[in-house]
Design a protein around this ligand. Sequence first.
Ligand SMILES: [Zn+2]
Length: 264
Amino acid sequence: MTSLDRRSVLRAAASAAGAGALVAGCAPDRAKDPGAARAARGPGPSGAGRHPPAPAARRPTRVPGQGAQIEHGPRDGRAVALTFHGAGDPRLATALLGEAERAGAKVTVLAVGDWLDEQPAMARRILDGGHELGNHTMHHRAICALPAAEAYAEIVRCAERLRTLTGTIGSWFRPSQTRRATDLVTSLARKAGYPHVLSYDVDSLDANDPGAPAVRRTVLDSVGPGSVVSLHLGHAGTVAALPPILDGLRRRGLRAVTTTELVT
Ligand SMILES: [Zn+2]
C-alpha cells in the first residue's frame, strides 16, 4: 500500500468514526453497548466455516507465577505487549496490522464476537501475520454488571466463534467495558477454558480519538518493561500513532511481542 493509499484509507475511516460508526472503547464511560442494537436487529450474517482453520492459533496458556488476572509481564525483561480491542472498520484493522508488520512487531487482538461474525476473514489475517488472537466477549457489553448466566454466554459465544474460525478458543480472554474482571467473571472465564483474564497496566485512551500525537505521548509516557498496553482497532489515530510508538519503544530497547511471548 502506498502512503497515498494509506492516507485515503485513514481519511475514509476518520469520517466513519466521526459519524459514530465505529465501536466504543473498553472503559465503562466510553461504552455505547453496540451489542444491544445488534441484538434488536437479530443475528447478523455468519461467515463461520467459510474459511479454513488458521494453523497458528494458540490455546490458552496457564502461566506459573501469574495470578488469575494478568496486568503485566516481567519488569526485568525488554518486552511489552500491545493489545487491541478487536472491532471496527476492517480497512483500519488491516492498515494497523500492516504498520506492525513493517516494523517487525507482533500484537494481540482481543476480538469481539459479533465483529468476527461480520468480518470472519480478520481472524485469519491476524494469525497469518504472526499475531495473537483472543476473546473480548460476544457483544462487548458491561460484562461485570451482567447476571452470571449472561456473562458466561458472552464469553462462551465468542469462544465458539473463535473455535470455528481458527480451531481454538483463542489465547486470552479480556473482559469488556472494564479494566479488571470481578471474581465472578474471572471464575466464569476459567470455566470457559481461560486460566487467566488479560488486564493491562497502560491505557492509551485511544478510543477517545484524541489524535495520534496524544496517543503516542500517553503510551510512551507510561510504558516500561513488561507493560501490557490497551489500544483499539478501528481508530485512525491509533493507526497513525503506531509507527511512532514502535519507534519510541525501539529507542528504549523495548520490543513489541505477543502476550504469550511476554508472559511465558
Ligand atoms: Zn473493548
